[in-house]
Design a protein around this ligand. Structure first.
Ligand code: ADP
Length: 424
């Protein structure tokens, strides 16, 4: 189909060498050029009729007719159509010719003509032009065959060039869309970062401010117990104990929340640390609990060196090990295993226990803030420990997850990139 574009296309966009290769692949010879030039005189008296027929055909289909509602565009299209038919048989299929065809694909894409209509329009040319060739050379079958072949070759050339222009334009649109998506994503990330910072500082302020009234409650509850215990009956003492226990629990919650809000706000320096050292520090911190529960701890040999905030990673192990001890249940031979695997770009670590296990439907939930499963009598928790673990690991650009079955122990896995958190 012809273009409605009037500006001159860039010739350099279709280097001569490339065009020559295309023509040679099409087996296009000087003889073809001569055949087409001969056709030019035959075509000339019919051009107006051909353009009119072409126009009528486009009008029959909703998709193509919708492009012809504007009079000016229609006028330009028909003029360009005429020019195309003339140019088709003028010879000189050079880089200028190729550049024009490329431009035409671009224009058609711009006005919203889909490739399917565009390609099918070439069938229309065939339908209109071939009978003319048959008519003109009715006594010379060889000339009919040669001219039809030459015409087909040049139409093929036009189709491939225009389709490449479509593809080029589609990839540019895709690149633009990708760039916009990337920008959008960056903005979104910045927004999330800002919101998270706000939220963290809010949590920090609130938990910090809650400490003072809590200390007052605890102080006066203790004073009441000391000064008035003799005047209280058993129920009053029981109520007072509730207040004290709740105040203690609230103190733990506040402490955990403060800890959680610190992870993103307060940078801990990143350094190369031996994981063995981190694990040992964590075990020392909870040594009493481990001894009291008679837990056997196994550590896999040759733990690697990792890039991390050391105290944060100690905290991860303290939380995971504390849970492993806390949720051991009645196992007569309680055991915890700590191990690792090299996974290429990152290390994977695990803390496995043979405790009560976790049902699959809770495997993700337990990492959310304040999510506790009331599994064991007498085991108290705030539901912040694993949220802290998740936050610290995410901060190090790793992931954490659990594999477990109820009654069959739990294994908490986490990854750390070998390059540290600065890995892209
Ligand atoms: P907390 O221990 O204070 O309740 P956590 O965030 O550390 O909070 O853990 C959330 C929940 O996940 C716990 O209440 C417990 O039900 C479950 N859980 C965590 N670790 C284990 C484990 N090793 N074995 C079984 N259940 C566990």
């Amino acid at each position: 189909m012809a273009s409605t574009e009037t500006t001159q296309p860039e010739i350099s966009s279709q280097p001569q060498q490339d065009l020559e290769t295309r023509l040679s692949f099409l087996q296009f010879s000087p003889k073809d050029e001569a055949n087409l030039k001969d056709l030019s005189g035959i075509l000339a008296p019919h051009i107006s009729d051909l353009v009119a027929e072409f126009y009528q055909h486009l009008q029959k289909f909703e998709e193509t007719a919708s492009l012809l509602t504007d009079e000016l565009i229609t006028e330009r299209l028909l003029t360009a159509q005429r020019a195309y038919l003339e140019r088709l048989t003028q010879g000189n299929y050079d880089s200028q010719y190729a550049a024009e065809r490329l431009k035409i694909g671009q224009v058609h894409n711009r006005i919203g003509l889909l490739p399917r209509w565009y390609i099918s329009a070439y069938n229309l040319y065939i339908h209109l032009l071939y009978p003319l060739v048959f008519q003109a050379y009715c006594d010379d079958p060889e000339q009919i065959q040669n001219t039809i072949l030459s015409l087909t070759k040049v139409l093929m050339l036009d189709i491939q060039l225009a389709i490449e222009a479509y593809i080029d334009s589609f990839s540019k649109q895709l690149q633009d869309a990708n760039r916009r998506l990337e920008e959008y994503n960056l903005n979104l990330q910045a927004m999330v970062r800002q919101r998270t910072e706000e939220l963290e500082s809010f949590v920090y302020t609130v938990s910090h401010d809650l400490k003072a009234p809590l200390v007052t409650i605890q102080g006066f509850a203790t004073a009441m117990e000391e000064d008035y215990a003799a005047q209280f009956d058993a129920t009053a003492i029981e109520y007072l104990n509730y207040i004290q226990r709740s105040a203690l629990k609230m103190g733990d919650l506040i402490q955990d929340l403060l800890e959680l809000s610190r992870i993103g706000r307060i940078e801990s320096p990143h350094e190369a640390v031996e994981m063995q050292q981190i694990v040992q520090e964590a075990l020392t911190q909870i040594q009493l609990q481990i001894e009291a529960a008679h837990v056997d701890v196994e550590i896999q040999a040759a733990l690697p060196t990792v890039q991390c905030g050391k105290s944060r990673l100690v905290q991860v192990f303290v939380n995971l090990l504390t849970n492993a001890v806390k949720y051991m249940g009645e196992n007569p031979s309680p055991r915890i295993q700590i191990g690792w695997q090299d996974q290429g770009d990152f290390y994977e670590f695990f803390v496995a226990d043979n405790g009560i296990g976790i049902e699959p439907q809770y495997h993700e939930k337990i990492f959310e803030l304040f999510q506790t499963l009331r599994e064991l009598e007498g085991v108290e928790g705030t539901g912040v420990g694993l949220a802290i673990v998740k936050r610290i690991i995410a901060y190090h650009k790793g992931t954490v997850w659990v594999t477990s079955e109820k009654g069959k122990g739990s294994t908490f896995h986490f990854t750390l990139p070998k390059m540290g958190m600065f890995q892209k």
